[in-house]
Design a protein around this ligand. Structure first.
Ligand code: HEM
Length: 298
């Protein structure tokens, strides 16, 4: 599932692929600490904030009908009163491509986030909201994260020695904001790392922090859904596991839509829909298998 994020090679390196359709996993290790790491939650996984598009395109029955700014949606649930909206937004979320993990973040997050819920917001004549990147940088410091350079070293990369290594434009900007390359915050440095186009969407530091977290969750949690009965008090039967593995995010989206505007879905919800190899199929057709719940009957 996270092949898209981490890349196939990293999935393989960290042993993140699932066991076969009809078998348990036997690699639970009680010595592995499964808790969420500070670096994962306070910096690396927040790379997602750079992937957000500030505008959501709403498609009607035949054409694009509206483009809504994210800041007009966050904390404004009133649109849910319109019948079709739930299906429309599910369609938008499965159709709109993610943005690159890079130095650009939508203004809807840097200037207008929570505009409507901001006690000092529009009603008081202040048209702005809060700045999520600033909050994130501050959150990393508040959580005591070490600087970016230390994590580079930890994963076996050379430390950055001077600002020029970030290129002329970014290097100059960073030199205006930080006294030393050793002060660069983890979230900032991680976003700016060059990406390997063959291997996921992240630079190596974020990729390793996130892969390490998934490895811990998979190997160090006795309740991980694939784990064998000997270690997992809540284990599934092999038949139940098979049923669970049959389902897909696309099936879940179909099952949870209202069927008004969303009646079809591409089989792989993580990839661009409607293209060769991921063509739309009907929700009620045979191509999106459902779980057979009779295997849970007592
Ligand atoms: C509309 C989209 C999003 C908005 C408005 C949003 C907003 C926020 C806000 C306000 C916080 C709390 C910041 C703080 O006080 O430290 C946060 C935390 C976080 N966000 Fe997002 N976010 C969005 C999407 C995403 C995505 C797509 C990802 C990752 C794929 C992500 C990952 C995280 C993580 C890991 C945290 C820290 C959670 C924790 O430590 O409890 N967010 N986000």
């Amino acid at each position: 599932m996270h092949e898209f994020l981490l890349g196939e090679a990293t999935m393989h390196e960290f042993g993140l692929n699932l066991s076969g359709d009809n078998s348990y996993s036997y690699d639970y290790d009680p010595e592995i600490e499964p808790s969420i790491t500070n670096e994962f939650s306070s910096a690396a996984y927040r790379a997602g904030h750079s992937m957000i598009d500030g505008f959501l395109k709403i498609y009607g029955r035949n054409r694009m009908e509206e483009m809504i700014s994210l800041s007009e949606l966050v904390q404004q649930p009133s649109r849910m009163r319109k019948w079709e909206f739930y299906d429309e937004i599910l369609t938008t979320l499965t159709t709109e491509p993610v943005q690159k993990v890079d130095s650009f973040i939508s203004e809807s997050l840097t200037r207008y986030l929570f505009k409507s819920g901001n006690p000092f917001g529009a009603a008081d004549g202040n048209p702005f909201g809060v700045d999520l990147p600033s909050i994130t940088i501050q959150r990393g410091r508040d959580h005591g994260l070490r600087p970016y350079n230390d994590y580079r070293q930890l994963i076996g990369l050379a430390r950055v020695e001077n600002f020029e290594e970030f290129g002329p434009e970014l290097g100059y900007k960073l030199s205006q904001l930080y006294n030393s390359v050793d002060d660069i915050d983890l979230w900032v440095g991680g976003l700016l790392e060059p990406k390997d186009p063959e291997d996921g969407v992240l630079g190596p530091t974020f990729r390793d922090i996130i892969a390490d977290q998934f490895y811990r969750l998979k190997r160090g949690d006795r309740y991980f859904f694939e784990n064998e009965p000997a270690v997992n008090p809540g284990h599934f039967t092999l038949e139940q596991l098979y049923e669970l593995k049959k389902t897909t995010l696309s099936r879940i989206i179909c099952d949870n839509s209202d069927g008004i505007m969303l009646k079809r879905q591409a089989p792989n919800a993580f990839k661009q829909p409607g293209v060769y190899g991921n063509e739309f199929v009907e929700c009620d057709g045979p191509f999106l298998p459902s779980i057979d719940l009779t295997f849970w009957q007592d």
